[in-house]
Design a protein around this ligand. Structure first.
Ligand code: ADP
Ligand code: MG
Length: 633
């Protein structure tokens, strides 16, 4: 028996490690299982190179929990280790890694700390976070002198024991004697949860005890003579060793992608809209599948639905910095051995490789969208309402994405017709160019509420776009910046002939002096802090009074409501009360002598205008109804 001191300077680094890694204890299992997978994969490689000539046998990795003995064992049938290798890989390398780790570790944030573990070869070592004592029993695949099975043991002091032991089969068993304060890892469900989280797609089969299921018996029959349903105990297998993203896209059908989606998200009942298979081997290695999910009505986006894997080992579901921000709403998996997974986030974001990966993912997504648009425009249009948020967000946030999306970004009008940006421009450019040569895009944010304004615009032969998405305000701003000589205006931003000003208007029937006289008549009927009385020389067929909401002020307010501009948080609504100075009823009000009558008629006209902006509510609405009945009488 050999006893030795692990080669570290620090007296007892175990308690320190334990304390530092408090928040991330559970990853010990991921580390041990991936070591077992590594050892098994190495054996397979040796066998395929004919350097290992024996039968490999069943290579299933077993996780064995024994709560009565307080042990958790990870057992593989991989290459194993000789005594010399244990000394080298465990006593020296693993522990020197641990010490280097410790030096770097102090003074880092928690986020950075948890990312550091695997990076320093702390894999095996992390088992001490949850154990009083760790045993290794291992037998190498090698033959000859110095290849007897060995047992290594360490109880958390820098001292270890190493001696020969009885072990018949090839491979390694890591036995953890779980410590009192980590007893959660003696709970079967907790271990199952961890295995499902980290090991679901590992390339070597993993078994965790047995499970009971119901099966149709081949021999037993029930009273009716039908085959009986019987309870059977079967090995509980954890993983799918050949996940879809590792397979060839040309071998796969849409159904396969949809089935896999449900394997990834068992709790989701929606079908994804479509998927993108990522497959890169130069200049970095990356595979994966991204899904465009069906968004919920309230646009509640979940940003943690992309799972990041490193050689099929689950690493994290927070992919900030790796996936462009606007694509974080997608679902799916990304697997890359080339992403420096075990370093801090701030490092990730500045890493050149990661930037390339992010750029590549964006390009792939654009390729797929463009292909769908070109080859299946009808289908693309059907999906548009669901995917527009992604695309608009991409256009707003990534100039590079806009360059691609210009071709397939669609605009929908109130008639539910879809146009590309270019098609739409052509479509409206004759009718909707104002006298200064600016092209005016009209839009509505609510077809019902702005109905009468839409109708007026359409009477003029203008087209109105639907802009009722959650980020359309920002989207419109972006388009305005990208397009030349173009202005966007909501249909109710002004009277239509002012929004698209084509020629000089008629001289008003009311002169300036009369307008000044009439202003207070209307002002006293409204809240002056919200409404601004203006006179416009409109056609006699237009309404006598119209309420509009100036574009600029409204946009500012909408933006502040969306957040981010808190200094404008309580901006009041601001409307124009537009008086049609050519309308006979306005002239009539001007000429009235009886002040009460004058007030009644102007109030009535204002209320009508309010109604069409959906602003007449409660007491004001019932007052209007009463007054109307009186007038009709
Ligand atoms: P890493 O996996 O990053 O090399 P670890 O600390 O996880 O670092 O493991 C240290 C070394 O111990 C491994 O490189 C490997 O040589 C050896 N090792 C660990 N577990 C096993 C195992 N189950 N079978 C064979 N060798 C192992
Ligand atoms: Mg490891």
């Amino acid at each position: 028996m050999q006893t030795g001191k692990i080669n570290v300077q620090t007296e007892n680094i175990f308690p320190i490690i334990k304390k530092f890694l408090y928040s991330d204890h559970e990853i010990f299992l991921r580390e041990l299982v991936s070591n077992a997978v590594d050892a098994t994969t190495k054996l397979k490689t040796l066998s395929s190179l004919d350097k290992f000539k024996d039968e490999m046998g069943d290579l299933t990795i077993e996780i064995i929990l024994d709560p009565s003995k307080k042990t958790l064992t990870v057992k593989d049938k991989g290459i194993g280790m000789t005594a010399e290798e244990v000394d080298q890989f465990i006593n020296q390398i693993a522990f020197s890694g641990a010490e280097a780790f410790l030096k770097k570790f102090k003074g880092k944030t928690e986020d950075e700390q948890s990312g550091l573990i695997g990076h320093f070869g702390l894999g095996f070592y992390s088992s001490f976070m949850v154990s009083d004592k760790v045993e290794i029993r291992t037998k190498t695949y090698k033959k000859g002198a110095g290849t007897k099975a060995v047992r290594w043991e360490c109880d958390g002091s820098p001292e270890y024991h190493l001696d020969e032991c009885d072990k018949a089969d090839r491979g390694t068993e890591i036995v953890l004697h779980i410590s009192e304060d980590s007893s959660e890892f003696l709970d079967e469900n907790r271990i199952l949860e961890l295995l499902k989280k980290y090991c679901k797609f590992l390339p070597v089969p993993i078994r965790f005890g047995n499970e009971k299921t119901w099966e149709t018996s081949e021999t037993e029959k029930d009273e009716k003579g039908e085959p009986k349903r019987v309870e059977v105990e079967k090995p509980r297998m954890i993983n799918n060793t050949n996940p879809l993203w590792k397979q060839k896209p040309s071998d796969l059908k849409e159904e396969d992608y949809n089935t896999f989606y449900h394997e990834l998200y068992p709790m989701s009942f929606d079908e994804p809209l479509f998927s993108i298979h990522l497959n890169v081997d130069y200049p970095f290695n990356l595979t994966g599948i991204l899904y465009f999910p069906k968004l919920k009505k309230n646009y509640e986006v979940q940003r943690d639905k992309i799972q990041l894997y490193c050689n099929q080992v689950f690493v994290t579901d927070s992919v900030e910095g790796i996936v462009p921000d606007f694509l974080m709403m997608l679902h799916g998996v990304i697997d890359s051995p080339d992403i420096p997974l075990n370093v801090s986030r701030s490092y990730l974001q500045s890493d050149q490789n990661v930037k390339k990966i992010s750029g590549h993912i964006m390009k792939k997504v654009a390729d797929k969208l463009e292909e769908l648009f070109k080859n299946k425009r009808e289908e693309f249009e059907k999906k548009w309402d669901d995917i527009r948020v992604f695309i608009e967000y991409g256009i707003i946030s990534e100039p590079k994405f806009y360059e691609r999306a210009e071709k397939f970004c669609l605009l929908k009008n109130t008639e539910e017709k879809y146009f590309t940006l270019e098609e739409y421009k052509k479509f409206i450019s004759d009718a909707q160019t104002d006298k200064e040569g600016n092209l005016v895009y009209l839009y509505t944010s609510d077809k019902e509420e702005q109905f009468s304004y839409i109708a007026t615009a359409r009477e003029r032969g203008y087209d109105v776009l639907m802009m009722d998405g959650p980020i359309d305000n920002h989207f419109i701003n972006t388009l305005e910046q990208k397009f030349e000589k173009t202005r966007f205006s909501r249909v109710d931003a002004d009277v239509i002939d002012k929004i698209i000003n084509k020629e000089d208007t008629l001289p008003p029937l009311l002169n300036e002096e009369q307008q000044k006289q009439l202003t207070p008549v209307f002002e006293k009927e409204v809240d002056k802090s919200k409404f601004h009385v203006v006179f416009e020389s409109l056609s006699t067929s237009d309404l006598p009074v119209i309420i509009t909401q100036p574009e600029f002020m409204r946009r500012m307010k909408d933006m502040s409501a969306l957040g981010g501009y808190s200094f404008m948080g309580n901006m009041p609504d601001s409307y124009n009360l537009v008086i049609n100075s050519n309308h006979p009823l306005i002239i009539q009000i001007m000429d009235m002598k009886d002040e009460a009558e004058q007030s009644k008629l102007s109030k009535q006209l204002i209320d009508l205008a309010m109604l069409s902006q959906n602003l007449l509510k409660g007491e004001a609405l019932s007052g209007f109804i009463k007054r109307s009945v009186e007038i009709i009488k």
